[in-house]
Ligand binder design. Structure first.
Ligand code: ZN
Ligand code: ZN
Length: 410
């Protein structure tokens, strides 16, 4: 018997849409000969990435597409962001997203992004080295721009505490408070407040800030924490499916989800996640990774941003570009690989945010029952043989197609 097929899951972030006044969508409008060819070779359908009517976040949608019930495993954005910046989070840790911010001498936040500071590496190093907390270990790492991730590790921690981000300027840095009666929440809120005070002390005369002030820039003299989440125990893809997994993505959140599910992140130079991202490099990396991994998830950003910006033309253009860069998918042998192309959610131009409209999905492999669909878009996909599936069922379907599934019953 041949070894089981490899799996390539391509997620075009936020690709699908609602029809505009002309009854069309960016995906329908875009010239996508390669995706259309793939659609004609495969089986097509539409998918509710979480469930009908549930508007997915990119994080909850990706978890669901990997077969992890987000209701069970999604405990907040913090843990996935922390994993995304490379912190090796463990079950029981409490993780946060953080912003470097500027406050005045009275502790009033005057700039929630500290002048969109970028040079945070030295500051982050000082925080990691100098903060001393009673009762927990600190893991701190800078992310892109003014962002960072904070993890507390220790016994008896809780994520049920309030954030320190006042959410707007002109207000003081908030004091974290326990949101339940338990001693774990009280302990964690005390830790967060102690951490914040120590960080402010370290940042007050930090060389990076002295330099910024001398240049007339806003200093990064405080941190604002939010998105607290208790790191869940997530069985990795090897344990769950018996596959070695890898993720190719630019977005920290998607990288973090891949890592939390035991997948290896394969970096690609120039993969920014924006309209100018090196999509070709990502596609090439993902294709090559199939030599070493059983399962590769490739996330392509850009269409989602254009949807948030309500820019029909940009979204259409990004999808044309993505199609051209995805041409190498046609060279992959469908004997040995299951190719899945889909989106994590719709980001309609008319909404400017994610919606629950199902996304088009296609699967290309020797074992699929091909249908009559000849184009890749929301309308054509709905006519396909896969009909309407749930994101949580995707990996099971793929495991069956690749003969990895076990029989249920006798
Ligand atoms: Zn998304
Ligand atoms: Zn989005």
């Amino acid at each position: 018997m041949n070894p089981p097929s490899k799996i390539l899951l391509v997620i075009i972030d936020g690709a699908s849409d609602r029809p505009n006044e002309d009854g069309t969508t960016p995906l329908k409008k875009a010239n996508t000969p390669n995706l259309d060819k793939l659609a004609s070779l495969g089986i097509n359908g539409i998918m509710d990435t979480i469930a009908p009517g549930i508007r997915p976040g990119s994080d909850t949608a990706h978890l669901s597409l990997l077969g992890y019930d987000p209701h069970k495993y999604y405990t907040g954005r913090g843990p996935f962001e922390a994993a995304g910046v490379g912190i090796e989070v463990k079950a029981g840790d409490v993780a946060f997203r953080a912003n470097f911010a500027t406050m005045d001498e009275n502790g009033i936040v005057t700039d929630r992004r500290a002048g969109r500071i970028r040079e945070t590496h030295e500051i982050a190093k000082s925080i990691q080295e100098s903060v001393k907390l009673g009762g927990a270990e600190l893991l701190f790492r800078e992310s892109t721009g003014h962002r960072a991730a904070v993890v507390f590790r220790g016994d008896g921690l809780s994520a049920n505490i309030s954030s320190t981000d006042p959410n707007k300027e002109g207000k003081p840095v908030a004091v974290s408070a326990a949101l339940d009666e338990g001693k774990e929440a009280r302990k964690t809120a005390v830790l967060v407040n102690e951490f914040t005070v120590q960080v402010q002390e370290i940042l007050r005369e930090h060389p990076t800030n002295v330099k910024r002030i001398s240049e007339g820039k806003h200093p990064a003299n405080t941190l604002l924490l939010r998105g607290a989440g208790l790191v869940p125990h997530i069985p990795d893809v090897e344990e769950k499916y018996g596959v070695k997994g890898a993720v190719v993505a630019a977005a920290g959140l998607v990288i973090g989800i891949g890592r939390m599910c035991g997948m290896v992140h394969l970096p690609v130079e120039g993969a920014t996640g924006g309209m100018d991202s090196n999509i070709a490099g990502k596609v090439e990396r993902a294709g090559k990774a199939l030599d070493d991994y059983d399962f590769v998830m490739l996330n392509i950003k850009g269409a989602d941003e254009a949807g948030h910006d309500r820019n029909f033309e940009n979204k259409t253009e990004l999808l044309c570009k993505a199609d051209a860069e995805l041409a190498p998918l046609l060279d992959i042998d469908p004997e040995n690989v299951v190719i899945v192309v889909t989106a994590d959610h719709s980001t309609p131009i008319s909404v400017g945010n994610h919606s629950a409209d199902p996304v088009p999905i296609m699967m290309i492999n020797r074992s699929v029952r091909t249908d009559r669909v000849r184009e890749y878009n929301e309308f054509a996909a709905a006519e396909g043989g896969l009909c309407r599936i749930r994101g949580m069922d995707l990996m099971n379907i793929v495991m069956d197609l690749t003969d990895r599934a076990h029989k249920y019953g006798a």
